[in-house]
Write a protein that binds this ligand. Sequence first.
Ligand SMILES: Cc1ncc(COP(=O)(O)O)c(C=O)c1O
Length: 385
Amino acid sequence: MSGDAPKLPLFDIRLADEDVEAVTEALRSGWLTMGPRTQRFEEEFAEHLGVRHAIAVTNGTAALHLAYLAAGIGPGDEVVVPAITFVATANAVRYCGAEPVPADVLGDHDLSLDPDDVRARLSSRTKAVCCMHYGGYAAPVGALRELCDEHGIVLIEDAAHAPASSAGDDARPLGTWGLAGAFSFFSNKVLGCGEGGLVATDDDAAAELVTRLRSHGMTSGTWDRHRGHSAGYDVVGLGFNYRMDEPRAALLTSRLSRLDEDVSARRRLVARYRERLSGLGGLTIPYPAESVEQSSCYVMPVMVERAELRDAVRRTMLEDFGVQTSVLYPALHEFSAYAGSAPGGLPRSERVARCELTLPLFPHMTDEQQDLAVEALASALERAA
Ligand SMILES: Cc1ncc(COP(=O)(O)O)c(C=O)c1O
């Protein structure tokens, strides 16, 4: 099998004809970057979240960078981040000249940031906490927000996995619990366009800053000037080119109209995975069953209880069944670039990094494909034990 495309890939991206038409129409319009389609996408995504401001940017990493800058993070500051996340959550802290401080996750049953461990890592230099909603399952945002309020620091949400996800009895959307939420529209995400991102916030000052920093610190954009909304512009500080372009915005708007449908399909598949996997020994399925209905179900993580079996299980699944899996994520403090950032270690995160295995999941996955993944996992576990 090695070398060939897997029979069942981890993700399978399928666009509709209407998506392709929306992109074509954007290309034919002759206005290629930050114009009416970007604005429309921002308006529709703001409505989707119920926030005042949604600012589209180049990618999720840029969204994190700008969210951190909006939180006032700068040289000498610290930001507490989960050790189990994509490295961008931490790298973007360093873009600001600050240091990320990895904290432990809750454990095998919940792969998100542990508020008690966050508390233990706060210092006089801590300016913010950034939680990450793993797979679209809510991190304990209520507890984290209380903790941040108590210490006068800012909560940022890495909501890269979490469009169409919520927490609490009133189903408040993820990405709206702190000062700002950073979304990613990378190809394989729940809502993907290739490269794209967005900052969501209810805070007018944060929105203004993010909007300005997205385009070189300029006080108005080309589209504003084209429409006669402003004649010139000033540059009031250092900014970046983190602009989104029109074909991507058109693709995102087109796909956003089917997001609920896609997420419903994902939820059905995750519920079915949970049912089929519940009888398997040696496996823990993170998150309670009822949380599925509030999650985007971006990925399907399982924990192989005996860490020493995980890699053999993955190998058998790929080589003998053609089923691709992944590990989300290696622990941040175990990367060379972050060595020494968690003296004494973070035992629960290290365990997740060694035990976690992500199964294939995409909205149009068939029951037969899913049964193949389950069969592959069951056989591989049996053989490895
Ligand atoms: C948790 C998390 N944070 C941040 C990012 C960065 O997003 P992007 O790849 O769009 O820069 C990603 C996605 O790749 C992610 O999964």
